[in-house]
Design a protein around this ligand. Structure first.
Ligand code: SAM
Length: 284
């Protein structure tokens, strides 16, 4: 029996009394060709350390371990740990950590390794996709790329360009840190149990140089959030929610940045947001 076969998953459920946890986003992959495409997309080499988020019963972990120098798999569900001990038996380059990825210091996991040899990957639980991605990016995780499966709609928002409906604070935040490439679309039929949404796999490449010079990175993200807080409003009106500002300060900053105050956030590039944030910073 193969790990990804539904009969194997059924056997494991019977033997271990394992129940899928909806609240932990447990939808396990059962399509070998999709597992292969994710592994190929992550471009794992013999010098690489892979950090896998949410191994489940280990379908991706096993394949990654064949190619990588080592795999560190972080799984929150303690009920899956004895199962992983069975499914990954004999692979001495895999370390399983029973932890919440959101509480873990990911930088410590791989201290001393070259960022270009660190690949992060995972089939993420839908309910915390954005917090996981933003945690990794904001804490400045050292990695070459992050290859992750997520709800298709979130993948579309991450890759969206200015002037589109999907473009928002998440697009700007992720694109500030990374460039994004779509590896594949995944239908809901590729999982057990089947989720209610379709998925997509993105590979996010960490930028070596940021797309804009900022005088205050935190303020930049606050400006982006403020701009998108009321999408239909003009920047002049939406950005006033920013603490410490008023209408005059926002108008002066926009004009100094060469941005028409009547524009809406969804039309701005990252560079334009950066110019605005730097002008707001001068006036706060
Ligand atoms: N990788 C497996 C696969 O593709 O079949 C399982 C993917 S399943 C969508 C998500 C996995 O992430 C589950 O095993 C779940 O228990 C785990 N998980 C959920 N929240 C987590 C967290 N905060 N930290 C680490 N793992 C988590």
């Amino acid at each position: 029996m193969k790990l990804y076969e539904t009969s194997y998953i059924k056997d494991i459920r019977n033997r271990y009394g394992f129940r899928f946890s909806k609240s932990l986003g447990q939808n396990f992959l059962t399509d070998k060709s999709i597992i292969d495409e994710i592994i190929e997309g992550a471009d794992i080499g013999p010098e690489d350390t892979v950090i896998e988020i949410g191994p489940g019963i280990g379908v991706i972990t096993r394949e990654a371990a064949r190619l990588a120098k080592r795999v560190i798999a972080v799984e929150i569900d303690k009920n899956l740990i004895p199962i992983l001990d069975e499914t990954l038996a004999g692979l001495d380059n895999v370390k399983i950590i029973n932890e919440d990825i959101l509480k873990l210091d990911t930088k410590q996991l791989v201290s001393g390794e070259k960022p270009e040899n660190i690949k992060i990957m995972g089939n993420l639980p839908y309910y915390i996709t954005t917090p996981i991605i933003m945690k990794l990016l904001e804490e400045g995780v050292k990695a070459e790329s992050i290859t992750i499966m997520m709800q298709k709609e979130v993948a579309d928002r991450i890759r969206a360009l200015p002037g589109t409906k999907a473009y928002g604070a998440l697009s700007v935040a992720v694109q500030y840190y990374c460039t994004a490439e779509k590896i594949l679309d995944v239908p809901r039929s590729a999982f057990v149990p089947q989720p209610n949404v379709d998925s997509a796999v993105l590979r996010l490449f960490m930028r070596r140089e940021k797309p804009a010079a900022l005088t205050d990175e935190k303020l930049f993200f606050k400006c982006v959030k403020a701009g998108f807080s009321q999408r239909r409003k003009t920047l002049l009106n939406s950005m006033q929610v920013l603490k410490g500002t008023d209408r005059d300060l926002i108008r002066d900053s926009l004009e100094a940045a060469g941005i028409d105050p009547a524009r809406r956030a969804e039309t701005l590039t990252i560079e334009e947001f950066a110019k605005i944030a730097n002008e707001v910073d001068k006036r706060l």
